[in-house]
Design a protein around this ligand. Structure first.
Ligand code: GTP
Ligand code: MG
Length: 403
């Protein structure tokens, strides 16, 4: 794996430079804002620095001891130490803690074991078994087991955690330094999240975006956040529509946001009205459509949603979001994601990240439904508590211990 830093005025510029040099197969490992070198830096000019990795298919890293590592590997190690900053230290500390716990008196451990019935221990034991089968003995194995357990603690589905380790295993050699292994796991996880897509401007006319999902997940609030960022932040022309005609309060909630943003608002009662609205707002940049939250088991409402999506797609360039709360149970998220596949293709927005300590479901759902994550929201404040999904940040959290 080659790891290299590139800088540019913007993230796009830095990534473009990386692609130019290393090709399209790069994985972005880290993005940060840095002071410009030289005199410009003194005056506060900043640049974006991206760290990218490239898997070398043919040329695998040679198995080497840390002290005899060739320059390339040593450089990589140094880069990763910097780039994954506290993550590495954190994990190495965890490894030491684990070792200390292991060397405690067996009686104490037994007692502890019988007290821990919260599933975390069970999961760790399963993880142990899994790696024992593979003949676990080395420090490297223990380090990988630590990462695996951390993923499970963060509620990454065991199936996907195994896949990640299997991917890492393919390029694994004995005596590689920890930071090399960590970078490898980190990179494989970022690859699993895949490319993230945003709300793209339409080629012709407005981009029509439909927000769907269960009740109370934050659809209307998220629309307000996104609309506000486009309207005020980017000076775009935005119109808000709602197909939520079941509750007066729901329409009023969006109308209030439309009034604050001084953008047009309309309630749509049928597919024909939705088509008419898209035509009426043809010179707008974005049309956001709110929908009524409902149970994914309500097939009639799901069918209505499908008809709405189809109708709108006939007259405009449409994109659909399934809005899900990160606090919902994995099983339920799976069921919801499956039901909404009947409606049409979608991308995810995950809300309420501030209400959970574990983000494993983001990775789980991304892989389960094969749908990308576009935004995450982390609070009730409009418009601030929303950000584009950042795989690097999420993977760091998935490899960090819970607080
Ligand atoms: N903590 C937290 N609360 C949020 C977030 N996003 C939305 N909420 C809150 O969740 C509640 C429901 O938000 P709405 O936007 O009305 O949800 P909805 O999906 O439109 O709900 P229905 O239209 O009833 O289906 C409100 O109290 C929001 O302030 C978030 O990211 N974090
Ligand atoms: Mg709503």
């Amino acid at each position: 794996m080659i790891i290299k830093k590139f800088t540019g005025k913007t993230e796009e510029e830095a990534v473009e430079a990386a692609r130019k040099e290393l090709g399209s197969g790069i994985v972005i490992m880290n993005v940060r804002s840095v002071k410009k070198k030289g005199i410009a830096g003194i005056f506060g000019a900043r640049q974006t620095e991206v760290t990218v990795a490239l898997e070398e298919e043919r040329e695998e890293p040679r198995p080497v001891r840390k002290e005899t590592a060739p320059v390339a590997v040593r450089d990589n190690s140094r880069n990763i130490e910097k780039k994954l900053d506290s993550l590495e230290t954190l994990l190495v500390n965890r490894l030491q803690q684990d070792e200390a716990a292991r060397s405690e008196k067996p009686a104490e451990r037994e007692e502890e074991k019988s007290e821990e019935k919260d599933g975390r221990t069970e999961k760790s034991e399963k993880a142990d078994e899994k790696l024992k089968e593979a003949g676990e003995t080395t420090e490297q194995d223990r380090f990988l087991r630590l990462l695996y357990n951390t993923m499970l603690e963060n509620e990454v589905d065991e199936k996907y955690a195994n896949q990640i380790l299997e991917d890492v295993d393919k390029t694994r050699k004995p005596n590689l330094p920890f930071d090399y292994l960590l970078a490898n796991v980190y990179q494989k996880m970022i690859l699993k999240f895949g490319k993230t897509e945003s709300i793209l401007p339409a080629k012709n006319g407005p981009r029509v975006v439909i927000f769907m999902g269960p009740t109370g997940v934050g659809k209307t609030t998220t629309i307000a956040k996104i609309a506000s960022n486009f309207c005020i932040g980017e000076q775009k022309k935005v119109a808000l529509l709602t197909a939520d005609t079941y509750r007066i309060a729901a329409a009023e909630q969006l109308r209030t946001y439309a009034n604050i943003l001084e953008v047009p608002f309309r309630v749509i009662y049928s597919e024909e009205e939705a088509q008419a609205a898209v035509k009426d707002f043809h010179d707008f940049d974005y049309i956001f459509i709110d929908t009524a939250g409902h149970s994914h088991q309500n097939t009639e409402l799901l069918d209505n949603m499908k008809k709405l999506l189809q109708a709108v797609s006939e007259v405009g360039e449409c994109q659909a979001f399934l809005v899900l709360s990160a606090t919902t149970k994995y099983r339920d998220l799976q069921r919801i994601a499956t039901s909404y596949k009947e409606v049409g293709e979608y991308q995810f927005i995950f809300t309420k990240l501030d209400e959970t300590a574990t983000l494993g479901n983001l990775l789980n759902l991304r892989l389960y439904a094969d749908a990308g994550i576009t935004f995450v929201t982390c609070g009730q404040n409009v418009p601030d508590d929303i950000e584009p999904f950042n795989p690097q940040k999420t993977v760091k959290q998935l490899l960090s211990t819970r607080h």
